[in-house]
Design a binder for this molecule. Structure first.
Ligand code: SIN
Length: 282
């Protein structure tokens, strides 16, 4: 396996592996080690069928159903992320976020496969939240460590899901589920259960406030954190081609799908996974 870092901040491209073949325990261990180190790992030219996609996910953890974007009955853990050529409105994931932070047990990671990509645009950005935490001033670390942040899923339903009338066609995301609007409390700083490294776990899409502070009091602190957390020095930008697979640590990164390919279709398939629940990261 060859490992080429993408930037100094985050991500590596892994080559010399055929993910269509069964994944040995040794290879699975090496993939998990690479993910722990680079937080985002990318593979090119892997045209996986649904079963192979699931097999890759299982090398990292158990596949999870996305309650707001369940797949078909025979593979409910698969979320279809599709933007049709004629659509101009919001795009799924079109803002800095961590996947499903507004749920009680957000998934540890995601395995996203590019099926059809536009001729240009449709890139995805990631930012390393370990570096974001490490480089905060000490007083800010003291304020955040041991404190919960409160997350709400409203933006998921309002901004990213297609309008009600389109939902039956897409079979992907659902709008307006009141469960998503419940407040969820998660630590603002997570500690990786194996490496012991800390990462900042707040994001501008879902994080509403810090525990013990009102929304108004939290706002300037969160605004500063959000700006810091997505600095170019912590980030990378992935240009997809069909067959590209990206796997990321959802507790130590944020990502952002760029909506700049109007007039072209883009289809991605994502399965999230759970290995160590958020309670193990406290
Ligand atoms: C996501 O937020 O998981 C989707 C990312 C993408 O479509 O690039």
């Amino acid at each position: 396996m060859k490992i080429d870092p993408i930037t100094g901040g985050i991500g590596a491209e892994l080559s010399g592996i055929d993910l269509k073949q069964p994944i040995s325990d040794d290879l699975a261990g090496a993939l998990r080690d690479a993910l722990d180190r680079y937080l985002l790992v990318v593979f090119r030219d892997q045209f996986l069928d649904t079963e192979q996609h699931y097999r890759l996910v299982r090398a990292f953890g158990s596949p999870c159903v996305n309650p707001y974007g369940p797949g078909p009955a025979d593979h409910p853990e698969m979320t279809y992320i599709i933007k049709e050529a004629a659509e101009r409105t919001g795009v799924f994931g079109g803002g800095w976020h961590t996947d499903l932070a507004f749920t009680e047990t957000p998934p540890n990671g995601s395995v996203l496969a590019a099926i059809e990509v536009p001729p240009y645009g449709g890139d995805t950005l990631w930012a390393n939240q370990r570096l974001a935490f490490e480089t905060l001033p000490e007083p800010m670390k003291l304020l955040l460590e041991g404190r919960n942040a409160i997350h709400v899923g409203k933006p998921y339903g309002v901004k990213w899901a297609p309008p009600i009338e389109e939902q039956s066609m897409k079979g992907s995301t659902r709008r307006g589920d009141p469960e998503a609007d419940k407040e969820r409390f998660h630590p603002a700083v997570l500690t990786h259960p194996r490496t012991g490294e800390k990462s900042l776990y707040v994001n501008p899409t879902y994080t509403m406030r810090l525990d013990g502070l009102s929304e108004e009091e939290s706002r300037p602190i969160l605004a500063q954190l959000f700006e810091h957390a997505t600095l170019p020095e912590f980030s990378c930008r992935l240009t997809w081609s069909a067959g590209t697979i990206a796997i990321w640590d959802n507790y130590s990164t944020q990502h952002y799908a760029i909506n700049d390919y109007h007039g072209f279709r883009r289809e991605m398939r994502r399965i999230t996974f759970q290995a160590d629940p958020i309670s193990a990261w406290c």
